[in-house]
Design a protein around this ligand. Structure first.
Ligand code: NAP
Length: 285
């Protein structure tokens, strides 16, 4: 039996961050410190943890983090005003609006207000459209992380049948687009998909983006399939039944320690790239 590969996201993230360090130092040498602004609205403890983790990861790499915490009762207009201010702030290179925002806020309107140049989390419809057409600057971070893991381990998408389970705007749809751009034949499944197990059974590559713990069953998989689990559910549980899928897969991401850590490193990468782009524009003027 061939060895199974555990796709180690922590290792991939470390590699990404090590390479970024030199780029951050170079930017600092020309007088620019990359800066990510994070906006947290309300007091949801998980959102607060995620934002803190992202801010801390920035600072560890020498990237500035401007942390904005708005009260739960913030209106859509107030949030838009804060985003517009950050759009105008030349010291800020990337903007991350932690989602979900409280229900009374028009989240889509808030996302669309983020300047495309600063949309390092890939949440605007323009960013998504550009990603789908293959020239996007900053795809949303979890899809980018999945591609980064594949690249690190030399997993080819071309000609392969990729089945993505989930079609959310930040995950399922953009990862389907990225895989299609890599010349995979992509099937995107969702809650109305019939015969899901049959689709998965014909996949060379399975991306789980469902939001349901242990949802993807080992017996559904084709022998030797590659399994990328983007899921992150309560209790550190992925969307894939890991032990059962490990039996069949040739390569698989664990949860935790798979897609999650790489997602944060993609946010850092996009912020550095946004700062580099600004420096290039200034030097050309
Ligand atoms: P979401 O917006 O809730 O989308 C879930 C998708 O799964 C929907 O498209 C839904 O279909 C589909 N689905 C639900 N039940 C299904 C079923 N029985 N069969 C087939 N498809 C089904 O979730 P999300 O934001 O994309 O997140 C998905 C998972 O990724 C979650 O576990 C989340 O925590 C995780 N996540 C991880 C990271 C990270 O950094 N690792 C980042 C973001 C999200 P419909 O469209 O028909 O409703």
């Amino acid at each position: 039996m061939k060895d199974k590969i555990i796709l180690d996201g922590t290792r991939v993230a470390t590699d990404v961050k090590e390479k970024l360090k030199a780029r951050v130092d170079h930017l600092k040498n020309v007088g620019v410190t990359p800066c990510l602004a994070t906006i947290l609205v309300g007091n949801d403890p998980s959102s607060a943890t995620y934002v803190r983790m992202k801010g801390n990861a920035c600072e560890k790499l020498g990237i500035n983090s401007k942390r904005i915490h708005l009260p739960e009762e913030t209106t859509t207009e107030e949030l838009l005003a804060v985003i517009n201010e950050l759009n105008q702030d030349s010291e800020v290179h990337g903007i991350l609006l932690q989602h979900p925002v409280p229900n009374h806020i028009d989240e889509r309107k808030a996302f669309e207000t983020i300047d495309i140049e600063k949309d390092v989390d890939g949440v605007t419809s323009l960013g998504y459209g550009q990603t789908a057409l293959g020239f996007g600057m900053y795809p949303s971070c979890t899809p980018a992380a999945i591609i980064a893991i594949m690249d690190y381990y030399g997993i080819e998408a071309q000609g392969k049948h990729a089945v993505v389970v989930g079609r959310s705007p930040i995950l399922g749809k953009p990862v389907s687009a990225l895989l299609l751009n890599r010349n995979a034949t992509v099937t995107t499944c969702h809650s109305y998909t019939e015969n899901l197990a049959d689709h998965i059974g014909s996949a060379d590559l399975v991306v789980a983006a469902v939001g349901k713990p242990n949802f993807i069953q080992g017996e559904w998989l084709k022998e030797g399939a590659v399994v990328l689990d983007a899921g992150y559910n309560k209790g550190n549980i992925g969307d894939v039944d890991y032990e059962a899928c490990l039996e069949k897969a040739s390569a698989i991401t664990p949860v935790p320690g798979g897609v999650g850590p790489v997602t944060i490193s993609m946010l850092l990468k996009h912020t550095v790239e946004a700062a580099e782009k600004k420096v290039k524009e200034i030097s050309m003027n």
